[in-house]
Design a protein around this ligand. Structure first.
Ligand code: NDP
Length: 313
């Protein structure tokens, strides 16, 4: 079963939906596949306070719903489905959805975002769904009046710790360095929150517990003369240590950096393959904000429109 489309957008975060808004208004009749997590990472975030135009903030899921509605208003065909294979050897590019349906696309906009990283400890797998989570907004509810730990020192970790502090009795923030990497405002929120205890220069060795997480074994100042083993009692262990770009399915064809971020060229969203564009977190190791993702989604749609018109397609 093969279907031909002019503009295929993969991914449904701010980049994908914005590309869909622009591509549909430019009469490219875009088809967008939402992927595993419709709405993308922002659906797992709570309040978005820094997107211009929302002076009182908006929740991530609400914002994504509005972007989706806006794209559909102009005729974007938004579908549920996950890309399982690609053949970008020649145009039109072949994209397989859910292992069976093949789409032939004249242009492709990759906006597949990024996925939360884990530490790589066997215990993260052992206690998956039993106290280990990479999404405070999704799972925080289960830890009301309990004790939790968040790993990481960036904006995500500070945001998750702050969010969890409104539910849990106590939140440990486990930071491997002696400082937080997060923005000043997020740092201040964490450091002034009486429910959050920041454990600087601590790393996680493993988790303990009969069936569910009951504690964590940490090491303080690992490798130093005063290295110390520390045990904390916790009910939940939240990872907030960054993300991995979702580019694997395109890798045989698309150039990425060593981490997996898709390379774009000339200040545009062009990839190494003509007619294939990348926008949002999958191509952005630097900013990774909803607003920058939306901006690059707009750029990708404009780049796709110009490509098609130059080709006379
Ligand atoms: P970051 O890459 O900014 O931070 C990751 C954090 O995890 C760092 O503190 C890092 O430590 C730590 N870390 C990484 N690997 C390990 C490990 N193996 N063990 C222990 N700690 C580890 O990721 P974020 O997800 O926090 O943020 C990504 C981007 O999104 C940033 O640009 C951020 O500003 C933005 N963001 C903005 C928000 C907002 O404005 N509301 C909310 C959330 C994110 P180290 O410092 O030692 O490298």
């Amino acid at each position: 079963m093969t279907e031909k489309v002019r503009c295929l957008i993969i991914g449904s975060g701010p980049a994908g939906y914005t590309a869909a808004i622009y591509a549909s208004r430019a009469n490219l009749s875009p088809v967008l596949y939402e992927g595993m997590q419709p709405g993308g990472q922002l659906t797992t975030t709570n309040e978005v306070e820094n997107f211009p135009g929302y002076p009182n903030g908006i929740t991530g899921p609400e914002m994504m719903e509005e972007l989706k509605n806006q794209a559909e208003r102009f005729g974007a065909d938004i579908r549920f489905g996950y890309v399982t294979a690609t053949d970008l050897s020649e145009a039109p590019y072949k994209v397989t959805v859910d292992g069976e349906k093949v789409i032939e696309a004249e242009t492709l906009i990759i906006s597949t975002g990024a996925t939360a990283k884990y530490l790589g400890l066997p215990d993260e797998t052992k206690y998956a769904g039993s106290g280990v989570s990479a999404c405070a907004t999704c799972d925080g509810f289960f830890y009301r009046k309990r004790i939790v730990a968040v790993v990481g020192g960036g904006d995500t970790a500070c945001e998750e710790a702050t969010y969890l502090s409104a539910l849990a009795d106590k939140v440990f923030l486990i930071v491997r360095k002696s400082f937080l990497r997060a923005s000043k405002i997020m740092q201040e929120r964490v450091l002034s929150n009486p429910k959050i205890e920041v454990l600087f220069e601590h790393e996680t060795l493993g988790l303990t517990g009969e069936k569910v997480v009951e504690g964590a074994n940490l090491v303080k100042r690992k490798g130093e003369a005063d290295e110390e083993q520390v045990h904390i009692k916790i009910d939940g262990f939240f990872l907030a240590i960054g993300h991995k770009p979702n580019s694997d399915v395109f890798k045989p064809w698309i150039e990425t950096d060593e981490v997996g971020y898709i390379k774009t060229f000339g200040g545009s969203t062009r990839t190494n393959i003509p007619g294939v564009f990348a926008s949002g977190d999958v191509a952005d190791p630097h900013y990774r904000q909803a607003i920058t993702a939306a901006g690059s989604g707009c750029m990708a749609a404009i780049d796709a429109e110009r490509y098609l018109s130059e080709k006379g397609i």
